[in-house]
Design a protein around this ligand. Sequence first.
Ligand code: IPM
Ligand code: MN
Length: 346
Amino acid sequence: SRSLNLAVIPGDGIGQEVVAEGLKVLSAVLPQDVKLETKEYDFGAKRYHATGETLTDADLDALKQHDAILLGAIGDPSVPSGVLERGFLLKLRFAFDHHVNLRPSKLLPGVATPLAGQPEIDFVVVREGTEGPYTGNGGTIRTGTPHEVATEVSVNTAFGVERVVRDAFARAQARPRQKLTLVHKNNVLTFAGHLWTNIFNKVAAEYPEVATEYIHVDAATIYLVTQPERFDVIVTDNLFGDIITDLAAAVSGGIGVAASGNINPSGAFPSMFEPVHGSAPDIAGLGKADPTATVLSVALLLRHLGHDAEAARIEDAVSADLAERGAKPARSTSEIGDALSVRVAG
Ligand code: IPM
Ligand code: MN
């Protein structure tokens, strides 16, 4: 018999509610012979206030024991900006070497988009997850004076760029349209830009079936709105990827349906799956949050662990649910989770 040993981090705000629904759907979709074990961890604002800790070395050792991690959302207005972001989320992504930050965007039938008409949107952003301006390399001098200077250094290594570019080519090769777009700003960020472009072109030679293009990040924001059908797989750096995936979510149904995976493809450390949205303290505890993004993140988790059929069942259930949503009265978080559980159980 097979087993799935999951670390569950509900976190703050609506994280609690949406993760409960994600687990509900997971239990409903797993075949009888897969034994699901979950262990809940209390990271987030409460623990920080109680202990001053965000994520300790002992926590990392405990998390390492799991097959994968399901995260709701971490963040609360009572904690100063940056403390939980750096001390929990980024610490975990760096410690577990989550260098592939996978963020698919698919506009499903019946889902509202602010774009005109119902454009074809079906692409995936492979955002580098461990380098770029996120490494915390920088500082200030003459701090607090009118002459303060702050630097924020973007770190790009040939090793780090090549492994994420290779991952993106492999994903593009496996998709029907076989197209990969490199998004950067190599006309201004010439050092990192040339490293990315050179490695992209070198790896491209090994993937003759994959059509390639290069687009500057500013132009990419235009095309994501005016011609989203032009994209199949996008590979980009950590910060550009952060920005364009919020835009991608906005045009393809909103953050209520945007899922993501922080992936360590080698399996050396567990990968972590989370909705792109945050903890939304303004609606926490009201049963108003849409658990769909978390449920779709569970599908990414299952596919990562090789449970492809179950992942597809969840995606089909979400498609069917969204297609009928407009015609129905608004439902609560748990009503949506119940409906999806019924659908995946077939
Ligand atoms: C995201 C978030 C994080 C990021 C923040 C909370 C550190 O915006 O997952 O996209 O910038 O990566
Ligand atoms: Mn973001």
